[in-house]
Design a binder for this molecule. Structure first.
Ligand code: SF4
Ligand code: SF4
Length: 59
């Protein structure tokens, strides 16, 4: 069960999602976005901020 899902093929590693996450649940790595599900509060900010619509968000 995930709260968000990042599509690696769409992601351009711009870091926008990382910057808006209020819980620091996302970390920009060289070839992927690290996501800590335990920190995530399911706010959906990252999905809204993504210019590539690479983040799938489930309420
Ligand atoms: S849904 Fe909210 S808390 Fe979870 S990773 Fe995205 S911005 Fe962070
Ligand atoms: S905002 Fe979207 S494109 Fe940018 S790093 Fe996050 S998932 Fe990737």
């Amino acid at each position: 069960m995930y709260l968000i899902k990042i599509d690696r093929h769409r992601c351009i590693y711009c870091g926008a999602c990382v910057g808006v996450c209020p819980k620091l649940a996302l970390i920009l790595k060289e070839t992927f976005i690290e996501y800590d599900e335990k920190k995530c509060i399911n706010c959906g900010m990252c999905a809204k901020a993504c210019p590539m619509k690479a983040i799938e968000f489930r309420k």
